[in-house]
Design a binder for this molecule. Structure first.
Ligand code: FES
Length: 315
């Protein structure tokens, strides 16, 4: 239950956790989904986070078996799963960059519409969404973290094919550590030549990050502080941009919406009730804890007494 916040290098490597614990090792594998270390490597300039959605459908029809994915857009995938005495059908699809795009509930609604078009739906007992790290040439980064850090390894960028790419990554890293080589290293190496060939995509991707960074800083702040239960809004507390969420009991939770990774402004994710970063995909809870990296530090959280005081003044 510890979050790694730093790696120090002396004769060996020492990883430091958020609760001050230390672990020393000769070799380290960074397999934290989005790499939690910014430098060296600068993976934040080469990976973006992309979200996907699934709804679990109880249908009148019996599922015919098999797994399916559409060739056309928008992508939809189908598979089934035993559920109590029957089965549920998992309808997957929809995608967007984390922290960017329309109200996230619309993605669930699109999958639900698809389910109603193709099945006699009796119930939709579950829904969930997730995100994965996408690389610019669609292959994962597996191997030495950088050429200068031969004993730090990385496995990331599974491009939504985690069940297969994680197995491939484990095989490559095992070979690299025990034999010093892997037959697939040329294709997967984080410093492969095709990464350089993706320079145009790299520039486009980072221009998008810069756009989101600036957009977040200059977008208008709402001065309408009427927030319904279960809803959130970007507002201002004591001259500072802040995100306010009112829970089902009417209690207000206010956080500083400046991402602790590199300072982009967070966006509200209405479907998952989280604050999501449009730059590299960090996600935070309504009380500011890190849900997903690369951020490792929580958001500044305004406690309720401060809020009450501010509400009686100018909030
Ligand atoms: Fe990088 Fe937020 S995740 S700035």
């Amino acid at each position: 239950q510890s979050r790694i916040v730093r790696i120090e290098e002396n004769e060996k490597y020492t990883i430091i956790s958020n609760n001050g614990k230390k672990v020393t090792a000769e070799k380290i594998i960074i397999a934290s989904h989005y790499p939690c270390i910014n430098k060296p490597g600068f993976y934040f300039g080469r990976i973006y986070a992309d979200r996907s959605y699934v709804v679990a459908v109880k249908a009148k029809e019996k599922y015919p078996g098999g797994m399916y994915i559409t060739a056309e857009n928008p992508t939809r995938s189908l598979r089934n799963q035993n559920y109590n005495d029957g089965e549920i059908i998992l309808v997957g699809g929809e995608r967007h960059k984390t922290g960017q795009g329309v109200d996230t509930n619309e993605h669930y609604n699109a999958l639900i519409d698809f389910a109603y078009e193709h099945f006699t739906v009796e119930d939709i007992p579950y829904r969930w969404s997730t995100q994965d790290c996408m690389t610019l040439d669609s292959l994962p980064f597996v191997g030495q973290f950088t050429a200068e850090t031969p004993n730090i390894y990385v496995a990331t960028g599974y491009n939504k094919w985690g069940m297969t790419n994680s197995i491939a990554s484990a095989m490559i890293l095992t070979d690299l550590i025990t034999k010093g080589e892997s037959p697939w290293l040329d294709a997967y190496s984080p410093s492969r030549s095709t990464v350089m060939a993706s320079a145009k995509s790299f520039i486009v991707e980072n221009a998008n990050v810069a756009k989101e960074l600036i957009k977040g800083k200059v977008s208008p702040i709402s001065d309408d502080i009427e927030i319904a239960n279960g809803d959130a809004q970007i507002t201002e507390v004591n001259g500072q941009r802040a995100g306010a969420y009112r829970d089902e009991n009417g209690q207000l939770h206010v956080v500083d919406t400046t991402c602790t990774h590199m300072g982009c402004e967070l966006q509200w994710n209405a479907a998952e009730r989280s604050w999501d970063c449009p730059c590299h995909g960090s996600r935070f809870s309504i009380t500011g804890e890190v849900i997903e990296g690369p951020a490792v530090e929580p958001l500044e959280f305004q406690d309720i007494n401060t809020i009450k005081k501010l509400m009686t003044e100018d909030f």
